[in-house]
Design a protein around this ligand. Structure first.
Ligand SMILES: NC(=O)c1ccc[n+]([C@@H]2O[C@H](COP(=O)([O-])OP(=O)(O)OC[C@H]3O[C@@H](n4cnc5c(N)ncnc54)[C@H](O)[C@@H]3O)[C@@H](O)[C@H]2O)c1
Length: 388
């Protein structure tokens, strides 16, 4: 098999982590160049990727201009740049591992889809949940018919409060709709892709409610926690009580979560209706719960929680409850990251080996998230065909 020559665009935690996974078996792939716009990240990335100075670039344009001996690009930049970078890489003839969400707008995602179709580009979109043993088991149970006819799916994604504070309130690269599209799109396009995978049809319509109602500006606290904040004792979001995320600059890491200028929702509940009548209720809230779900079928109900790795199925016919605990490694989203990158390499080896998530799955998730955000903003039900 060919040893694939891959470049990394965006050397944040995701880009570096996925680069490690791609080269775990050095006979399959090597990282031959990288681009990173942040001066403070380039030296470490260059060292960790083992690149000579002339192969470490400060932006994707320069990299694409100077490198001609490459097969594929791993794109792990912020969502607002995915469309432009993906298009430039495809025009250069590269296959893509494109991190989720495919783009921050429907227009951007459609540009990627059109370019990929015109050029015949291989694109793997990073919905790694489909490669996690827990979700694989969930999918197997639902699609095997063990639950009977699926009626409703109730699903919650409750990321940790620390992730919300540091990742989405304090971090200027992720705390505004203008850079990520929306919190639902950035964080939960994974979950929306799961619903499509489970139901196996295209969603028809969506409504959504929520907003930013708790983390709103207050004038009794300073802009930075360490500027003598009067509520520091009782505030559980006070910066020193939250372990800072690596990507934050020092001046961002103690920003007050009420005054950080974020315009993202702090709660959102969305309803999706599918043609077969399945109704999905999805909650996104930052309250330390991980992902948990309840799926009601005509024969049995399923309850699952990814934090415990346990799925239980209770038959209504017999009353018997069966517990499943799919074995998953602790690393890289329960082993999903390594399996996702392996699937990408298999795809590069053989274009007939399609990964589970390519352009149609990526585009559909963007349409559904943007549809939900439109429904929330305009207080109406959005027919998704009007956005397709
Ligand atoms: N699939 C998953 O489980 C998963 C997990 C985490 C993040 N992600 C996704 O991966 C992407 C990156 O996430 P992250 O947490 O590493 O973000 P990050 O902001 O820490 O890293 C992105 C990096 O890209 C760099 N960059 C931006 N534009 C560039 C350009 N034109 N050329 C070169 N470098 C550029 C930025 O300077 C930054 O260092 C996002 O789309 C995110 O949603 C996916």
């Amino acid at each position: 098999m060919k040893r694939h020559r891959i470049v990394v665009i965006g050397c944040g935690s995701r880009g570096m982590g996925m680069a490690r996974n791609l080269t775990r078996d050095p006979s399959r792939a090597e990282i031959v160049a990288a681009a990173e716009v942040r001066d403070d990240r380039r030296p470490r990335a260059q060292q960790e990727l083992g690149l000579p100075a002339e192969r470490m670039f400060s932006g994707h344009e320069e990299l694409l201009d100077k490198c001609n001996d490459i097969d594929a690009a791993l794109i792990a930049t912020q969502p607002f740049s995915h469309s432009e970078i993906a298009r430039a890489c495809m025009e250069k003839g590269l296959a893509l591992f494109l991190e989720k969400p495919m783009a921050d707008t429907i227009e951007g995602a459609k540009t990627i889809a059109d370019t990929a179709s015109r050029l015949g580009t291989q694109v793997h979109v990073g919905f790694n949940l489909r490669y996690a043993p827990f979700y694989e088991k969930l999918h197997e149970l639902v699609t095997s018919g063990a639950l009977g006819k699926i009626m409703t799916i109730n699903w919650t994604e409750a990321p940790s409060c620390r992730m919300y504070m540091n990742g989405y309130c304090r971090n200027p690269s992720y705390n505004r709709k203008s850079v990520i599209g929306s919190w639902l799109l950035e964080k939960s396009c994974h979950d929306i892709d799961q619903f499509n995978w489970l139901v196996g049809e295209r969603c028809v319509r969506v409504s959504s409610f929520g907003g930013r109602r708790f983390f709103v500006p207050r004038d009794d606290v300073p802009e930075h926690c360490t500027d003598g904040c009067p509520i520091s004792d009782e505030c559980m979001y006070f910066s020193h009580k939250q372990e800072a995320r690596g990507g934050l600059h020092p001046e961002e890491s103690d920003l007050c979560v009420y005054r950080c200028g974020s315009d993202l929702v702090d709660r959102q509940t969305t309803l999706f209706e599918y043609p077969d009548g399945t109704v999905v209720t999805f909650n996104l809230i930052p309250v330390d719960g991980g992902r948990f779900m309840h799926i009601a079928g005509s024969e049995a109900t399923l309850s699952g929680r990814d934090a415990t790795g346990e799925i239980s199925v209770r038959s209504m016919r017999t009353g018997i409850e069966t517990i499943y605990r799919p074995q998953a490694p602790r690393s890289g989203h329960g082993g999903a990251d390594q399996r996702t990158t392996n699937a990408f390499l298999d795809y590069l080896d053989d274009p007939a080996k399609l990964p589970m998530t390519t352009v149609p799955e990526g585009l559909e998730a963007v349409i559904m998230c943007c549809g939900a955000d439109l429904a929330l903003e305009e207080h109406r039900v959005v027919e998704l065909d009007t956005l397709r």
